[in-house]
Design a protein around this ligand. Structure first.
Ligand SMILES: Nc1ncnc2c1ncn2[C@@H]1O[C@H](COP(=O)(O)OP(=O)(O)OP(=O)(O)O)[C@@H](O)[C@H]1O
Ligand SMILES: [Mg+2]
Length: 254
């Protein structure tokens, strides 16, 4: 599981974020962007954040460090904004923290990354079916010279149909990806080269280790998936099968 830190102080909400993430100070002297378990999107988006960040990191795509932020109920007491107070109250316990990158600004397209980096980001989003990286909503931060990828909660959408539909890795593996509005589309050059590299790196074992970062309590058991280990194994299966079907989803080289 990801390391746990204890929230000490709520600093400020990040109003640009639809889920109203907040900045918090924790007892590791760190400052964390916290995405709340009690937000309307539910904990599955936090699971997707952890998995996709883990895959991105393995591929050398920069993503902020992740930790779990344990929040006491009292932290809501001194918050004047009622909407924030409700969110904090509903989120006592474990939340997802991303290392706050001070002074980072949202990528505006003025200095695109080199083609290999653009290709890697496009490949990753196609593989995990992340539709949330468009000029309108880049979800890339520029921090110093470099780009950092954030906000992966929309990826791996298949889990939202659990438990009403039985898990079906082959179905996800074959799902197309529409890259027509992807922010890196025009800067990517060799997506197949990324695929070759990625399949060598993203072994079943590595993916399973990424799943170990997810806390048990965010992995909802269902009739088909009795217990957190079964849920983890099903995510691994979806990703392993997806990696074997680039014909279905991989964007063509420009
Ligand atoms: N690690 C970070 N360091 C600094 N700023 C950040 C960080 N993470 C997020 N932000 C800022 O907060 C904003 C919202 O973050 P994010 O996109 O992850 O939230 P969200 O609620 O999922 O947003 P959306 O409205 O796109 O669904 C970002 O656009 C960025 O400006
Ligand atoms: Mg966002």
């Amino acid at each position: 599981m990801l390391p746990i830190v204890n929230a000490l102080r709520y600093v400020v909400p990040l109003r640009e974020g639809g889920s109203l993430p907040g900045v918090m100070e924790a007892d590791d002297e760190g400052t964390w962007v916290v995405k709340y378990r009690g937000a309307g999107q539910g904990v599955k988006v936090l699971v997707a954040e952890i998995i996709v960040a883990g895959l991105a990191r393995a591929l050398g795509i920069r993503v902020p460090d992740l930790k779990l932020v344990d929040m006491p109920e009292q932290i809501a007491k001194y918050e004047a904004d009622e909407e924030v107070q409700d969110l904090l109250t509903a989120s006592a316990g474990l939340n997802l923290g991303m290392d706050f990158l001070p002074g980072a600004f949202n990528y505006d397209g003025s200095t695109p990354p080199p083609p290999d980096e653009a290709s890697a980001i496009l490949w990753l989003d196609a593989c995990v079916a992340n539709i949330d990286r468009t000029p309108h909503n880049p979800n890339l931060l520029r921090w110093g010279k470099n780009l950092w990828a954030i906000d992966h909660g929309a990826a791996l959408y298949f889990h939202h149909s659990w438990p009403s539909r039985a898990p079906d890795p082959a179905r996800f593996a074959a799902a197309r990806f529409d890259d027509s509005s992807h922010i890196m589309r025009e800067f990517a050059d060799d997506v197949s080269a990324v695929h070759e590299r990625a399949t060598a790196i993203l072994s079943r074992e590595l993916i399973a280790r990424v799943l170990d970062d997810v806390p048990d309590e965010w992995l909802e058991s269902t009739v088909d998936l009795p217990g957190p280990e079964a849920v983890r194994a099903m995510y691994v299966e979806h990703l392993v099968e997806r990696l074997a079907r680039p014909d279905a989803w991989m964007p063509r080289n420009a």
